[in-house]
Design a protein around this ligand. Sequence first.
Ligand SMILES: [Ca+2]
Length: 484
Amino acid sequence: MKTLNWLIPGLVLIIAITSCQKEQKPPNFLFVLVDDQSPFDLQQYDAKSILETPNIDKLAEGGMVFESARHMGSWSGAVCTPSRHMIMSGRKVWDLPSYGKQFDNPSCPDSLELQTIGAVFNRAGYSTMRTCKKGNSYQAANKQFIVLHEASKRGGTEETGSAWHGLQVLDYLKTREETEDENPFFIFFGFSHPHDVRDGTPELLAKYGAVNHRDTTSFPTSNPKQPGLQENYLPKHPFFHGHPGLRDEERVSGVWKRRDTLTIRNELGREYACSENIDIQLGKVLNKLEGMGELDNTYIFYTSDHGIAIGRHGLMGKQNLYEHTWRVPFIVNGPGIKAGTRVEGNIYLVDILPTLCDLAGIQIPETVNSLSFEPVLKGEKESIREVMYGVYSGGTKPGMRCVKKGDWKLIKYDMMDGAVRETQLFNLAENPHEYLPEHGKSGELETNLANNPKYANKLAEMEDLLLEQMKKNNDPYRMWDQEN
Ligand SMILES: [Ca+2]
């Protein structure tokens, strides 16, 4: 009798757990990755921006916005390439597979592509699909997705622009309904815009007062509908920045080497036209998911592979470590995420894979050496690390390095065989736009503080922190004034 008394409640408990598990379907994932977007383009990060993105705003209002989400950096002028390797593999910038002559790393595990997003989710029983731009990416990992529709779409029509990527996802969801696919899904919803060439649709170009400018002999005309210049716009960066022949600083169609206000405001209008078009396509997919009854059980991530300058600090491209470029927009919406929350986070894009695994209840691959930020999404933590480290090493070596802790940020430049050696120290609480002396601001802290003796101790502390981070992250280089 005693045994039976013990057995019956035990059986009831087992049945209860089993039926509860049956009700809880595994979550779906819609991972949205845009190409070259500064967080400050979005009203979520700059209330003064005139870029309208109602669908992104809705995701933010119902989810979590990250203030400190960053890409870790690049050893290539094509910053997209390492960024996308990091997103796919969860391995940090100096721990990625070798990539031609640009980056050699014989210690990276073999067949890493089998431990990337597509492969990991396939093994967990997910139906996986990917659409994205082609090239400057991690092709071996991209191929792991069961359904793959890749093409670079940077035109201003339905067929040649962002609508094409949206259509691939809509078609996929339709097929899923027709075939009654009951597996949870992982959709990698990538776009080719707002990366240049920023050919917007006629309606959206008109809205932002911009034209698809192609004529090198003339300037685009001024239009009051164009976005205003950014707070930290400069007509020229104060020292040579980058490397000779750097495409993004010299050959972007419609801009070239120009940094005049006509050119920059027109290009910003083009960028906004392309970004709003992305938002429209995202809206169609969200509507479809809602109609299918899948939206509430879907985690939606929205981010960019890195930021971009477009006139800020006199720069055009993504080969710098100022906040507009080092930071990325990052919004997560989904089951259990508290609506309308903003967090510091201190996350890198490389943390995405372990976080996805945690949310899906999948074991994190052993090859991953980044951190899951699931505790932040659950509201248990405000951030997952204290110190952030950034790299641009795509041109002459060692290149640029930065480190951030709390309000303080250090950027160092060691380029062109020692011809460019610069140090910048910013207090981001007082100087969030990283004003330089050339911006002519009056506040004592609204400038580069590296040469101000009052902050010598802080500078020394940040220099130590940078070296520590370089060692910790397997950085193969050292700056001119660093010990080994
Ligand atoms: Ca990119």
